[in-house]
Write a protein that binds this ligand. Structure first.
Ligand SMILES: N[C@@H](CCC(=O)N[C@@H](CS)C(=O)NCC(=O)O)C(=O)O
Length: 206
């Protein structure tokens, strides 16, 4: 049985929790990171020198980087469903996984930390407003993709939907001004119909 280290309120950990729930794979969960600590211990650093969660151990394999973990789990346990066998279909979704980490997440972080993890009197309103506008601009690209595609990898739900789906929950839950994005909203509503999404992602933002 694999072991997952990571606090369940982290968006990157939520991606893995959601993936595991979609697969229906039993696993051991060790809370780590934030108030749970653990990430600075020598034992944890030996697994992940970055000192970040999530970390997954499966037999002799120790993996960090949430998207790499999702890809691995999907490939091993859900080939043909979460992990599309057609390389072109898989790549369509895969690029959104990378885009989520490299382009959206660094900007999104300012909005999320500002509104969810910073007391109102300490918030930098100007920075939050500017980055919220930037997140809207970025999400408009996702909306345009979803105008012509039911999911980010094509017609069917796949691993390509997981990273952005985890961020979408925070986006729609936070008290921000959201321009209408019909494609994004339709896709998000479909994700919310998934029991695995509700179990892993739809939890209070903290
Ligand atoms: N690119 C990494 C980022 C991992 C990351 O930044 N994790 C954060 C939580 S979202 C973390 O471990 N923060 C330190 C902590 O929680 O103690 C991934 O996708 O796994």
């Amino acid at each position: 049985m694999p072991t997952l280290w990571g606090r369940a309120n982290s968006t990157n950990v939520k991606k893995v929790l959601w993936c595991l729930a979609e697969i229906g794979l039993p696993f051991e969960h060790v809370e780590a990171g934030g108030a749970h600590g653990v990430v600075d211990t020598p034992a944890f650093r030996a697994m992940n020198p970055n000192g970040l969660v999530p970390v997954l151990r499966d037999g002799d394999l120790v993996l960090w980087e949430s998207n790499a973990i999702v890809r691995y789990l999907a490939a091993v346990h859900s080939s043909g469903r979460l992990y599309p066998t057609d390389p072109a279909t898989r790549a369509r979704g895969d690029r959104w996984m990378d885009w989520c980490s490299t382009t959206l997440a660094p900007v999104f972080r300012t909005v999320f930390w500002g509104l969810v993890r910073t007391p109102p009197e300490k918030r930098d309103g100007a920075a939050i407003a500017a980055t919220t506008a930037e997140v809207s601009r970025l999400l408009a690209m996702v909306d345009a993709e979803l105008a012509g595609s039911r999911h980010l990898g094509g017609d069917d739900f796949s691993m390509g939907d997981i990273p952005l789906g985890a961020y979408a929950y925070a986006w729609f839950e936070m008290p921000v001004e959201r321009p209408p994005m019909p494609g994004l909203e339709r896709w998000y509503a479909a994700l919310r119909d998934r029991p695995a999404y509700r179990a892993a992602i739809v939890t209070p933002l903290t």
